[in-house]
Ligand binder design. Structure first.
Ligand code: ATP
Ligand code: MG
Length: 346
């Protein structure tokens, strides 16, 4: 498949009508979440979240809440939003998706970055109106580092809190040093201010599952070209895409990021030829690329890349140390986890 063949025209309203969890987490459930008994918070949070699902269900059962008395009862029954904080790779998104998979009513899963792009696309209040049609918003990776984005997210939740939609959010843990952990509950409380009264907060501790170094990327067999890997790759229900890095960047400029989700509808794997370092004036391209990797990660799309640089070097040091550090580190980490690299130096 070539990039021109991907249909990016899915109506946006359909994009935010999807009730399923992302491909990568579609099978996650409370049953297959295995708490590490060394860390009692894991079992504890799992049980609290199961109870949360029950409460959201009860809140949305019509027969409990007819008439004026019913309305008052309903207000009393409204569960608080949930904020799940925990280290890198501890199973936060697994648990968030378990909530979504367990809840039988209307729910929507969005990453925080996706939410930012949707607000930019629709504006805050029209988007609140659309999301308020869901009983549950599952919001993954609430980003606090950028004060502007954090404020936008908080304003969104403030407006949404006056509707019947309940939010379950996870923290965004910076994989600064892979295998390291950082809790951001304090920062969350500080940023969210009085809105904290609308939340119950849960912290999970434990061991990370991704203890590996960024330099240890999986390399394809050195004798094989990217095209060889492309030809060999057996697709499942979706297609496979072969695209030059610069053509990919160009397409990402032409298509609004809220439509990148169409990649996940179309492809099982992407083969990106000649990845190179982003130049200093390609900040927007670099950010769009990090977002694309987020989208592909959620969509369980396999990623194959040919390049003559080290993965770590694709973003300049200024970018890696600047205000978008979080997004960039997450992108590098996800690429190192998912990507297969063909070194074109040899
Ligand atoms: N306790 C667990 N039982 C079963 N599977 C788990 C558990 N913890 C993590 N996983 C699996 O490990 C992978 C990583 O978990 P997940 O993505 O939910 O972690 P996370 O805390 O959201 O990480 P990140 O900080 O990267 O967002 C997923 O495939 C998930 O299904
Ligand atoms: Mg996660």
């Amino acid at each position: 498949m070539r990039i021109e063949e991907i249909n990016f025209d899915m109506p946006i309203n359909l994009i935010i009508a999807q009730e399923r969890m992302p491909y990568k987490f579609s099978q996650c459930s409370f049953d297959n979440y295995m708490p590490d008994e060394e860390y009692p918070s894991q079992r504890d949070v799992k049980e609290k979240l199961e109870k949360f699902v029950y409460e959201v269900e009860r809140f949305n059962t019509k027969k409990c809440c007819g008439g004026i008395i019913g309305k008052i009862t309903r207000k009393r029954l409204k569960p608080k939003h949930v904020y799940i904080d925990g280290g890198f790779g501890i199973g936060k998104t697994h648990l968030l998706s378990s909530i979504g998979n367990a809840y039988p009513g209307r729910k929507i899963f969005l990453s925080f970055s996706e939410l930012m792009y949707l607000i930019a696309y629709f504006d805050l209040l029209p988007l609140v109106e659309k999301i308020s049609r869901f009983d549950l918003l599952l919001l993954d990776e609430f980003e606090l580092d950028d004060p502007g984005d954090a404020m936008m997210g908080i304003n969104f939740i403030r407006e949404l809190s006056s509707t019947n939609t309940i939010v379950a959010a996870t923290s965004n843990t910076t994989p600064v040093s892979l295998g390291g952990r950082k809790f951001d509950m304090l920062l969350f409380k500080e940023r969210i201010g009085s809105l904290i009264d609308y939340f119950q907060t849960f912290a999970i501790d434990g061991k990370d599952y991704r203890i590996k170094k960024l330099t240890k990327v999986r390399h394809g067999s050195s004798k094989k070209t990217l095209m060889d890997l492309f030809k060999e790759y057996k697709t499942g229900s979706r297609d496979k895409l072969y695209v030059g890095f610069d053509d990919l960047l160009k397409k990402m400029r032409d298509v609004h990021p809220v439509r990148y989700i169409n990649f996940n509808e179309s492809i099982d794997a992407v083969f990106i030829e000649n990845l190179r370092k982003f130049t200093d004036d390609e900040l927007l391209d670099a950010l769009r690329f990090t977002y694309l990797i987020d989208v592909l990660y959620y969509g369980s799309v396999d990623i194959f890349i040919s390049t003559d640089i080290q993965l770590w070097d694709m973003f300049s040091d200024d970018l890696k140390d600047g205000k978008f550090r979080n997004k960039i580190m997450r992108c590098l980490s996800r690429l190192s986890e998912k990507g297969v690299f063909v070194d074109t130096n040899s």
